[in-house]
Design a protein around this ligand. Structure first.
Ligand SMILES: *[C@@H]1O[C@H](CO)[C@@H](O)[C@H](O)[C@H]1NC(C)=O
Ligand SMILES: *[C@@H]1O[C@H](CO)[C@@H](O)[C@H](O)[C@H]1NC(C)=O
Length: 738
């Protein structure tokens, strides 16, 4: 009945009995001629594998029958299946037999796994010239004689594992571009040049001998990834960025193995709930020569980390408490965030797996791991993006609204109903009212999972047309940067327009500088805020397409998160930058921050934001508001400045909080940068990318690491900041002084 069935996956069950083939009027699996995959591994199947199952008219590419109780002989009819790519018959109870002569005729074969299948005799040299062949695992058999690898071997080969056999000789050619594992063969008892290369233990720690084999067939649900121990889980992921590694040969696998091992050891010592780690995809960043390695950390015991686990791991990585092997040097960690906290991991929204074969992630060949993972990772990223796109159910109510145009195209933001938001804000109660602006009121909302959000509710009269609202949320949903406040969703329901943002707990920079929030912003923290805000703005200018001009940069629109990282907020006035590099609209903005050139000409460019940002930099360093009682901050600093004098004669002008504990040179350069940003003519102002570079340089004067990511997770780290004395972090994270 299922002649169009493409995959039959019964693996990892408790199925007993024989494989049924047609017999009289009883249909059998031999009728499944269009099936590409038979996955029968890890069951209790027994009897012979029926020879009639295989014939030349079938399209089978994967036959996985490992870890069963099959007996008898391996059927020769398999040799007819010329489409076969992956064959795994490991750990059954087959009769002892010679290495099947038909295997070298399977022209499509990429992976052959016959571990402990009772094979004897010699391995035919012609096997290795199958031109698609990548992986051969034949360990724990009785293969003997000489292992011959023809010089015309497959150029895809990555691994030949013939450990624990009776192989006596092997012609060594140390230049083989793939890995050969010969440990446990008589060959290894003979000492000779190069013997050690093939006979040393290359097993990874924390894995057992079966895991390589298991991982070849493991399939995970969408968004899950197979771990080193072959379990599907949601890893915590991010990039390790090494600023000055002392090696440049990315191909040396051993280097990464040491890093992996030391990471794992570190997590174990700290008793973090980590099952395993894996590193992929090392690249050298072309801009700045940094080595970037993608890291996955897998949870032990469960499929997901809980908040405590994520916070613990994020903490030790982002604050550089882990010390990598010395050849790697200094690093920073940039997390991708974690969306799979334990309590939500079994939600029903996940689509069922379409099945993905995960390649070997353990065993001797990290080379194979890297090669495979790169492909898988790319695939998963794509899949993840597709899944996310599916989840954003383009709300039914949109179509019913006749004048609203097409359904918005969103990336990442969610639609919320009015009822949901009403519930989460306790019916828009006064206690949840956290502010207001021209747009309307802002409420704090608590999602069912405890996460806080900020909800901007448009005043009934000030709501925009549906088209405007749509273009606004399309714009906002495309913005994803850790220094820009992210849109979590929106509501367009019952004539209400609401925008739902991530909640930023520590208020605005303006309130921070005025002392209103009670958090002491010393010079180190202010530099961290300046670099964050600069990067957020640079992102909007340079990395969003089409670029976005903020148009209302001010200390009130820079928010501070739990770790006092800056986040640029409020694009209420933002508009796309047109093709000519400028747009002309009614002049908007805030007094004191407004670009005089824009005011005169109505021509808005990115340099207008640079001007406003320069004013913010002056606020940061002086602690004064831009305009107060006829005093204008730009003029005041310019007038006081005398570059021939100590601290450029700014002792009276700069904030005393900043002056204590700052290197004079960093203050001087900071003021010079700020004044460049507020030059009269836009062409004389630096671009935001240059501003970012300058602030980074200033941070280095203060021996701060401008790349340290202090907010890798949204979780809180209660109590974790005690007893910390890393040179880059101590000045920033002693909260108790405040
Ligand atoms: C390899 O094993 C086979 C079967 O046990 C045996 O007949 C043959 O003589 C062995 N060859 C060598 C070179 O030991
Ligand atoms: C989080 O996970 C760890 C280890 O997996 C466990 O010990 C701890 O109790 C969990 N915490 C909560 C709050 O569930």
């Amino acid at each position: 009945f299922l002649t169009e069935l493409h995959w039959l996956d019964l693996s990892d069950n408790q199925i007993e009995g024989n494989i049924p083939v047609s017999n009289g009027s009883n249909p059998g699996l031999d009728l499944l001629v269009n099936t590409e995959r038979f996955h029968f591994g890890k069951n209790q199947l027994s009897g012979e594998i029926p020879a009639r199952l295989f014939h030349s008219n079938m399209t089978l590419t994967h036959l996985l029958v490992e870890n069963n109780k099959f007996t008898g002989v391996i059927p020769d009819t398999l040799g007819f299946v010329q489409t076969m790519k992956m064959l795994d018959m490991s750990r059954n109870e087959f009769n002892t037999s010679d290495f099947p002569s038909w295997i070298p005729s399977l022209q499509s074969l990429t992976t052959l796994v016959m571990e402990k299948t009772g094979l004897q005799g010699s391995v035919p040299a012609s096997l290795f010239s199958l031109h698609q062949l990548q992986t051969v695992i034949l360990r724990n058999n009785k293969l003997n004689g000489s292992l011959e690898i023809e010089s015309a071997h497959s150029n895809q080969l990555q691994l030949i594992d013939v450990q624990n056999n009776l192989i006596e000789s092997f012609t060594q050619k140390p230049g083989y571009p793939f890995e050969i594992m010969l440990k446990g063969n008589p060959f290894c008892n003979k000492s000779g040049e190069g013997t050690e290369t093939y006979c040393i233990e290359t097993q990874q720690t924390g894995t057992d001998s079966t895991s390589l084999q298991n991982c070849l067939t493991i399939e995970c649900r969408s968004n899950q990834v197979s771990s080193r121990a072959c379990k599907c889980a949601f890893p915590y992921v991010g990039d390790l960025i090494f600023r000055a590694p002392s090696f440049l040969n990315l191909g040396n696998i051993a280097t990464y193995e040491t890093l992996e091992k030391s990471l794992m050891l570190f997590f174990q010592e700290r008793q973090l709930p980590v099952e395993s780690v894996s590193l992929h995809n090392p690249t050298i960043d072309s801009d700045d020569d940094y080595l970037v390695i993608h890291l996955q950390v897998f949870p032990s015991s469960q499929e997901s980390f809980n908040a405590t686990g994520v916070a613990g791991i994020g903490f030790v990585l982002s604050r550089q408490i882990f010390t990598p092997p010395s050849s790697f040097g200094l690093y920073v960690f940039s997390s991708d965030g974690y969306k799979y906290l334990a309590e939500t991991s079994s939600g029903s929204k996940k689509s069922s797996s379409t099945g993905i074969i995960i390649g070997a992630t353990v065993g001797g060949s990290v080379l194979a791991i890297l090669a495979l993972i790169i492909g898988i990772y790319a695939f998963r990223q794509k899949k993840r993006a597709e899944d996310a796109a599916k989840r954003i159910d383009p709300f039914a109510s949109w179509d019913s609204n006749k004048h609203s145009g097409a359904v918005p195209q969103l990336t990442g933001a969610r639609f919320f109903s009015f009822e949901e938001l009403k519930k989460w804000t306790n019916n828009f109660s006064e206690t949840n009212d956290i502010g207001c602006g021209g747009y309307g009121k802002v409420y704090r909302g608590t999602l069912p999972n405890g996460e806080l959000v900020a909800i901007k509710r448009a005043l009934q009269g000030s709501a925009q047309g549906a088209r405007e609202f749509k273009s606004e949320i399309e714009l906002l949903s495309r913005i994803h940067h850790k220094n820009v406040v992210g849109l979590a969703g929106f509501c367009f329901d019952r004539a209400e327009q609401m925008l739902v943002y991530e909640y930023i707990p520590n208020g605005t920079l303006k309130d921070g500088l005025s002392g209103k929030t009670g958090i002491r912003l010393d010079w180190m923290r202010r530099l961290n805020i300046a670099i964050g805000a600069a990067r957020g703005l640079q992102y909007l200018h340079d990395l969003v397409s089409p670029p976005i001009i903020h148009r209302d940069i001010k200390s009130n629109n820079i928010l501070l998160d739990a770790n006092l990282n800056a986040k640029v907020a409020d694009f209420g006035l933002s508009r796309f930058l047109g093709e000519k590099g400028h747009i002309t609209t009614q002049v908007k903005g805030t007094m004191g921050y407004m670009d005089p050139e824009y005011y005169m000409t109505n021509q808005l460019t990115e340099k207008s934001d640079v001007f406003s940002f320069g004013v913010v930099l002056l606020e940061i360093v002086t602690g004064k508001v831009p305009i107060d009682k006829g005093r204008y901050i730009v003029k005041e600093v310019k007038d006081a400045m005398d570059m021939t004098k100590d601290l450029y004669n700014l002792h009276e002008t700069l904030d005393p909080v900043v002056r204590s504990g700052a290197t004079p040179r960093s203050l001087e350069e900071f003021v010079v940068l700020a004044l460049k940003c507020v030059e009269e003519g836009g062409v004389n102002r630096p671009k935001m990318s240059e501003v970012v570079k300058q602030i980074e340089n200033i941070m280095e004067i203060e021996r701060l690491n401008p790349y340290a990511d202090y907010a890798s997770t949204s979780a809180t780290y209660e109590g974790e900041n005690k007893g910390l004395n890393h040179p880059y972090t101590e000045s920033l994270f002693v909260y108790s002084e405040a």
